[in-house]
Ligand binder design. Structure first.
Ligand SMILES: NC(=O)C1=CN([C@@H]2O[C@H](COP(=O)(O)OP(=O)(O)OC[C@H]3O[C@@H](n4cnc5c(N)ncnc54)[C@H](OP(=O)(O)O)[C@@H]3O)[C@@H](O)[C@H]2O)C=CC1
Ligand SMILES: O=C(O)[C@@H]1CCC=N1
Length: 264
């Protein structure tokens, strides 16, 4: 399998790192205009750094677009004559729906829209995917790739905006929650590094409990909250200060924004 990543910025580079870790590809082309910033990958075998998108597209079975939405039309048009029916085109461009890509290159190519997150660099991305009609036959291939870079699920195209908020922006939301806990932990007298270790491993534990069992989060909370104890005191104060409400409102604001971007 030969893969090209068009646009190695924050996400494209993270995808490249995940792919390199998982050794799923025979050759990996990585493009950006200024390839000097990719020096850390320069010496790797079978990894080709170039600013020539056409060279990357020509030499790949799977082409992943990880550029800003404003660059999509120009870059796709530049490579349009090179795309082949057997290739799989994967776009991770948020808010750039499949029909916008089909408007540029037609509906004869397999197009997958994927929404990963930056944890793809450590093969822990939650990635949601959907496809155009032609791309249905390539969904398994795409899931096979993203499952090696974390975990993936297929969702209806109309849920991609929600998936962007929960999975892709979600990394930033969780980071902010972890940071807030760190600030609290430092005030309780813990060293910052020690605090982050404690918080991140507790966070992984909470996620593992829900992934491994079928319990609702509140059932797990019930097991922790000793009547009259410190957990319920903390939880109630957080809710008095609007924790759940502020998170829900934040998710809705994020969703409204990406929906607006997708409509333009
Ligand atoms: N960051 C994230 O966590 C997520 C991002 N996304 C989506 O991924 C896309 C990329 O986001 P992000 O990585 O943050 O953005 P960046 O701006 O960090 O990356 C975009 C990259 O595209 C490169 N680029 C620009 N023009 C060209 C060109 N003509 N040919 C090749 N490469 C080019 C730029 O490098 P140079 O200037 O050197 O060419 C830059 O490194 C966006 O559409 C975003 O919506 C989706 C989910 C999560
Ligand atoms: O913030 C953004 O718009 C992009 C999409 C999801 C993550 N980053």
């Amino acid at each position: 399998m030969k893969i090209a990543i068009i646009g190695a910025g924050n996400l494209g580079l993270a995808i490249a790192k995940g792919i390199i870790n998982s050794k799923i590809t025979e050759t990996l082309y990585i493009t950006k205009r200024n390839i000097k910033t990719l020096q850390e990958l320069d010496t790797l075998d079978n990894v080709f750094l170039t600013s020539d998108n056409r060279e990357a597209v020509k030499n790949s079975d799977i082409v992943i677009f990880a550029i800003q939405p404003a660059h999509m039309q120009e870059i796709i048009l530049d490579c349009k004559d090179l795309f082949k029916e057997e290739q799989t085109l994967i776009s991770v461009v948020a808010g750039f729906n499949i029909h916008k890509i089909e408007d540029i290159i037609g509906d004869n190519l397999s197009i997958i829209q994927a929404m990963p997150n930056t944890a793809i660099s450590v093969n822990q991305s939650m990635t949601c995917i959907c496809s155009n009609k032609k791309g249905k036959e390539k969904i398994n291939l795409a899931q096979n790739i993203f499952n090696q870079l974390g975990y993936s699920i297929e969702v209806p195209e109309e849920q991609m905006q929600a998936a962007t908020v929960i999975c892709s922006s979600g990394i930033a939301f969780w980071m902010r929650l972890i940071h807030a806990q760190t600030q609290g932990a430092i005030e309780l007298g813990l060293e910052p590094k020690e605090a982050v270790d404690m918080i991140t491993h507790t966070c992984i534990g909470a996620a593992r409990l829900l992934i491994s069992g079928n319990n609702h989060p509140e059932q797990e909370i019930d097991k922790v909250t000793t009547p009259g104890g410190c957990t319920i005191a903390g939880l109630n104060e957080m809710e008095h200060q609007g924790l759940s409400s502020s998170i829900i409102k934040g998710l809705l604001a994020s969703y409204n924004k990406i929906s607006k971007i997708a409509k333009n």
